[in-house]
Design a protein around this ligand. Structure first.
Ligand SMILES: Cc1cc2nc3c(=O)[nH]c(=O)nc-3n(C[C@H](O)[C@H](O)[C@H](O)COP(=O)(O)OP(=O)(O)OC[C@H]3O[C@@H](n4cnc5c(N)ncnc54)[C@H](O)[C@@H]3O)c2cc1C
Length: 410
């Protein structure tokens, strides 16, 4: 090995889930490393050019998600555009506005991905997290069933990072899979989101109060429901190297076709007037691989009471449903010392669709951080913790455990 370090907790993947997990552990006083293969913090929310922080509320005026996920929403607009709807604004981070939360205006905001990264870097460093950027996790190290560390590759060569507890926030369950835990793969349509600019748009928005109007998202290929996926084109699970390369190249081919068609159909548009300015620097897969955990968050269970729940999440797709996340959905089967967070937790079909977006990903990151902290403090592993103890620690952070805690009539 070219280098070796050890920590209380290692978090793999600096998407919103990994950031929330690392902040939680570092703020609890644990030595915490956050390892990220790209050069950016934020994952799909920044490097992947996703620019809308979906709702923290249920769409009927009840705030469902609190904690670091809410803190990150505000950080997403700290150095850039985006506004929290007045009904949800909390001056100085204190009490909610006196104005009742509107049913229609959800607690969400658009943001600039680059601005979000600036704020994430800052808050992680303030919390004392050790960042390893441009560092790929390439192997897991086990003693029996117990994960004791990871091997990484970066400019220094190959290194070993050891930890008492590790959190897989890679979005793709890379660590759990490599450690031999059972996993489930998803299905993705061919799609690409990019940011473009055009003279026509600049003229149209020149009097707008906010320069965000200058940025224009361009979408090609399938949407979240697959509408727009090219006919006859295969779908992707996103877990094989050659397939990921094909997804990226095919997405960019669609973008070339999109501009060629625009230039043909619009006399005003040519390469001088309209062109892409930023392409995503990570593959924009929604659901690739997730753990098959000790428990599965079921698709049939919006509004049902889950005894082992450690988190409550709203449904970004429609107002109303509120879902509970069982603790076992964060624990890979067959591996000790490892937790999952974000879009690779154990959630079935519709539940995966609900939990894969930014606010639930950040929330499960925080909960994984809470469980990792308990495991380190008790010199045990997350799967051996008692669920009621994890629930107490979650409640101590003022995070709701059950739907009834946030929606009175449930
Ligand atoms: C096209 C598209 C549109 C979307 N639109 C929205 C939207 O409008 N609003 C919304 O809220 N959500 C949206 N989402 C979903 C959302 O952005 C993500 O699902 C969410 O941000 C996931 O966060 P995460 O931290 O779980 O995973 P990710 O953001 O995927 O983060 C995982 C991180 O781990 C790193 N990593 C992976 N493997 C390794 C490794 N081996 N070693 C080191 N690092 C590794 C990655 O580089 C990445 O930074 C969208 C997703 C897509 C694809």
């Amino acid at each position: 090995m070219n280098f070796e370090h050890s920590y209380d907790v290692i978090v793999a993947g600096a998407g919103v889930a990994g950031v929330a997990a690392a902040l939680t552990c570092a703020r609890a006083g644990l030595s915490t490393a956050l390892v990220e293969k790209t050069v950016m913090t934020g994952g799909l929310a920044t490097t992947g050019l996703v620019n809308h922080y979906l709702p923290l509320c249920d769409g009927h005026g009840h705030q469902v998600i609190h904690g670091i996920a809410e803190e990150l929403l505000h950080l997403s607009i700290k150095y850039g555009p985006g506004t929290v709807p007045a009904a949800w604004a909390k001056p100085d981070g204190g009490e909610a506005s006196a104005e009742p939360a509107s049913r229609k205006q959800r607690y969400a905001t658009p943001f600039s991905p680059a601005s979000f990264t600036l704020a994430l870097d800052e808050v992680l460093l303030e919390a004392g997290v050790t960042l390893w950027l441009d560092t790929l996790v390439c192997a897991t190290v086990l003693e029996g069933r117990r994960l004791t560390g990871i091997e990484v590759e970066n400019k220094s060569g190959r290194g070993f990072l050891g930890a008492h507890c590790t959190i897989d926030a890679t979005g793709d369950a890379d660590l759990a899979y490599r450690a031999g835990a059972p996993c489930v793969t998803g299905e993705n349509w061919l799609s690409l989101w990019a940011i473009q600019t055009s003279l026509a748009r600049a003229r149209r928005v020149s009097d707008d109060p906010d320069a965000a109007s200058l940025l224009e998202m361009v979408y090609v290929g399938g949407n979240a429901n697959g509408h727009g996926h090219p006919e006859g084109h295969p779908t992707y699970d996103g877990t094989k190297g050659d397939e990921v390369t094909q997804f990226l190249l095919e997405g960019r081919r669609l973008l070339r076709e999109h501009y060629a068609a625009r230039y043909r159909s619009d006399e005003e548009a040519n390469r001088h007037h309209l062109f892409p300015v930023t392409l995503p620097a990570m593959a924009q897969f929604r659901t690739t691989r997730r753990i098959a955990g000790l428990e599965i968050m079921s698709s049939d269970s919006p509004h049902s009471h889950v005894e082992t729940s450690v988190a409550v999440v709203p449904d970004w797709r429609k107002p109303g449903p509120v879902w509970e996340v069982p603790y076992g959905a964060l624990i890979p089967a067959g591996v000790a010392g490892l937790l999952a967070a974000g879009r690779c937790i154990s959630a079935d079909r519709e539940a995966w669709e609900v939990t894969r977006v930014i606010p639930p990903a950040a929330l499960t990151g925080e909960v994984a951080g809470i469980a990792a902290t308990l495991a380190v403090e008790q010199r045990t592993t997350p799967e051996r913790l008692s669920v009621s103890e994890v629930q107490l620690a979650v409640q101590a952070k003022h995070l709701p455990l059950h739907a009834a805690d946030v929606v009175p009539h449930v």
